[in-house]
Design a protein around this ligand. Structure first.
Ligand code: GLA
Length: 742
């Protein structure tokens, strides 16, 4: 890995074995983008890539010259209004009403490693040789605004992490109306745009469209990254597949309002911008103040979507997630939510936990309903002290009983929210986000606390700290169950109201930071009505997230398949729940529910006392299985093989680091009569090793399994032969492949 600067041509070349990223200082002092793609050899001069041709109707920077038009030059951080008519990376409103900026190169530094972004989640390095960071300083002389563009290239993988930082060295305040984390101008538009979209209970479904001239965007204006569109997007060449071909993934490490956009102009170039949503954003930058954008990560892969995903998985699992639990297999848990909802007593919880313990579960989680006057979703949020009607000896009493069973104990919070029927609201009615003189809307009968105010965050921190200090708590589920409306903070002046959404998220990060530092051994799981804030920003604090409130195994195939595009398996919260399922009322076999949940953190979302003896035996076997293989399932190399969005079957697999063990998850939604003879070509095995298939005792070389394929045919042909078990709808199996010692 290296970052080269060629002085004579003022060219920067960031490269490693996989990629090159090249830019240069243009003749007007701005930064031009020259190339991002497969590695090419370094050289002094790539200036031929700056497109300078006279075109009718273009506007030109220099008099007497009809070549230098920013409209036709690929740039790193463009502004609107001085010959470029495309959507910009930055817009700054100045005192005189102008929004034109002229950021010119001043200097740069190249350092080993990667600096932290104060107050924001970001990828990191553990030693300086893991990455190099280029910081390019540019200046607008009229306003004296300093812009620092940060680029980190990691030693391995096609990763470039980027962000921008503005400092007002001038004497007048300005308003930042748009500050993208990343802008990438690409020379053509021959791409398929892929996004992860959905809604509550059907998050992160894969959607594709062909890029055409015009603008395509996904965004959130809800105050959280949202169920609707994940802050992630892929541009893939039409010929690229899961296993080969060029793709570029874009991911924003942020949990609030964002926008990811591609603008294709009529000369077929594509401008990608990724950052905080400019809609409603207005950050006043006073003299001497600095504004840091969130970080955006780009991954270029020649190995198709799986190659891109594996790069994101490695980076986010080991250099975004942090702390004690980062590299540890996750405890198998039993959460009481779908077992009891709000209807529980302490004894009932212990009854559920006892059965879970008998089955081998390691962690019991008490969900919503344990605090304040909470008996339904109309009251109690904000009062983070135990309801002693339900829990006579408070949280310590219940935690002790769970610990006495030989299990760990976990607890649910929804720190950012308040019900009007709560002591907290009665004491501080002005602590919620609300616009003066306007109606205040609710979501799930609750209101959003103004986390842009430090005293509000302090108060919630105090209550949570007390609970966490008093009782033996090993896990926290941090929920967030409504979007923000009528966003306005009572304490900010009128010209800073455009900062509230971002300040709110900074407050959330601050609380996460304080709690994770104060309680470093607690495992945090993020949640937002399922997957409404399943984003890289929270992964920095909470190494796992509840992927969706939809716990149906068949629905989960799509949700988890889509999620795996960007997010590592170790962070995908996935549980076995009852049949018929509570969201779609579908009956799926118990083994299929587990076979899907294995590819995630694994746990149970039900009362195991209600299962038959036969089912309990099956659950015990599932837990033994998960304990044996969870390290590989959660930390191995994951491959998508067959998409639930394209047919009746889904297949995915993980391979251990030493390639000696692989687990293939095979799922068929509807049974097929008189089915064809089927095979699936596996990935990532050692071609020379012989693998024993523990499902049926067969033995095959890795190259056979990868090229001829794994036979998946079964007794679904209408006639069950011999001992074979008849298949049903919603069937599945896990093939465990173990390399034989040579
Ligand atoms: C959200 C979560 C659920 C559960 C409930 C409790 O919907 O996603 O898992 O915790 O809140 O109210």
């Amino acid at each position: 890995m290296s970052i080269q600067f060629h002085q004579t041509t003022k060219t920067f070349h960031l490269y490693n074995d996989n990629i090159s990223y090249i830019m240069s200082v243009l003749e007007n002092g701005h930064l031009g983008q020259l190339y991002y793609g497969k590695k090419i050899r370094d050289k002094e001069d790539f200036s031929y890539l700056v497109e300078k041709v006279p075109r009718p109707m273009a506007s030109y920077v220099y008099s007497g010259d009809r070549t230098f038009s920013l409209e036709h030059i690929k740039q790193e951080y463009p502004v609107y209004g001085s010959t470029d008519y495309r959507h910009p990376a930055v817009e700054i409103l100045q005192e005189n009403g102008s929004r034109i900026m002229d950021f010119q190169y001043v200097s740069h530094t190249i350092t080993g490693g990667k600096p932290e972004l104060p107050g924001l989640p970001a990828t990191y390095t553990e030693s300086d040789d893991e990455a190099e960071t280029l910081c390019i300083t540019l200046k607008d002389v009229v306003t004296d605004i300093r812009l620092e563009l940060l680029y980190t290239i990691f030693a391995t993988g096609g990763i470039i992490a980027r962000s921008a930082r503005f400092t007002n060295d001038g004497e007048k305040a300005v308003h930042i109306l748009n500050a993208m984390s990343l802008c990438l101008d690409l020379p053509d538009h021959d791409y398929v745009w892929m996004q992860l979209s959905g809604a509550w209970a059907r998050e992160r479904h894969i959607k594709n469209r062909i890029l055409e001239p015009g603008i395509v965007a996904i965004d959130s204006m809800r105050g959280h990254s949202s169920h609707e569109h994940n802050p992630f997007m892929v541009l893939k060449r039409p010929s690229a597949t899961e296993h080969q071909g060029p793709v570029i993934g874009f991911s924003l490490i942020y949990s609030g309002n964002y926008r990811i956009q591609a603008e294709v102009d009529t000369h077929d170039t594509t401008r990608v911008t990724v950052g905080i949503n400019p809609t409603g954003f207005d950050w006043k930058l006073d003299c001497s103040e600095t504004f840091q954008t969130p970080e955006a990560v780009m991954v270029y892969s020649e190995e198709g979507l799986n190659g891109m995903s594996q790069t994101f998985h490695n980076l986010y699992r080991s250099r975004l997630a942090r702390g004690y639990w980062r590299d540890r297999p996750r405890p198998i848990l039993n959460n009481n939510w779908e077992a009891t909802y709000f209807d529980f007593t302490e004894d009932r919880l212990v009854e559920i936990a006892s059965k879970a313990k008998e089955c081998g579960v390691e962690l019991f989680v008490l969900d919503d309903g344990w605090f304040g006057e909470r008996s339904d979703d109309r009251s109690g949020l904000g009062d983070w002290f135990a309801n002693t009607d339900r829990l006579p000896k408070g949280i310590p009493g219940l935690a002790d009983r769970i610990e006495a069973l030989g299990m760990k104990f976990g607890l649910w919070f929804e720190p950012e929210m308040v019900n009007k029927n709560s002591d907290l609201y009665r004491a501080h009615p002005d602590w919620i986000l609300m616009t003066p003189e306007r109606h205040i809307s609710h979501g799930r009968h609750q209101y959003v606390l103004d986390f842009s105010r430090p005293e509000v965050v302090d108060c919630i921190y105090g209550m949570m700290k007390t609970i966490l200090s008093e009782a033996k708590i090993s896990y926290i589920k941090w929920d967030m169950n409504r979007s923000i409306t009528e966003c306005y903070s009572a304490t900010l002046p009128s010209d800073r109201q455009g900062e509230v959404f971002h300040r709110f998220i900074l407050g959330v990060y601050d609380l996460y930071d304080r709690l994770t530092k104060a309680f470093p051994h607690v495992l945090f799981e993020s949640c937002a009505s399922g997957g409404g804030r399943f984003d890289p920003g929270l992964l920095y604090y909470a190494p796992q997230g509840w992927a969706s409130d939809d716990s149906d195994a068949i629905e989960r195939l799509k949700i988890q398949y889509g999620t795996s595009m960007c997010y590592p398996i170790s962070c995908i919260g996935s549980h076995v729940s009852v049949a018929p399922n509570h969201q779609v009322f579908r009956n799926t076999p118990l083994h299929t529910r587990a076979n899907v949940a294995y590819f995630g953190t694994f746990g149970y979302e039900l009362d195991l006392n209600k299962l038959s003896d036969e089912e309990i035996e099956e659950v015990k076997e599932q837990i033994v299985f998960m304990k044996e293989y969870r390290k590989i399932l959660q930390f191995g190399t994951f491959y998508r093989l067959k998409s639930p969005f394209e047919g009746n079957e889904t297949v995915w697999m993980v391979v251990s680091e030493d390639q000696k063990t692989a687990l293939v998850g095979y799922y068929r939604v509807l049974n097929v009569v008189n089915a064809p003879y089927t095979r699936v070509q596996l990935q990532g095995l050692n071609p020379d090793l012989v693998y024993e298939n523990l499902e049926n005792g067969t033995e095959h070389y890795g190259d056979e399994l990868m090229n001829l394929g794994l036979l998946t045919s079964d007794a679904s042909c209408g006639e069950v032969v011999g001992d074979a078990k008849p298949c049903t709808d919603f069937d599945s199996r896990i093939y465990v492949l173990k390399a034989k010692e040579i």
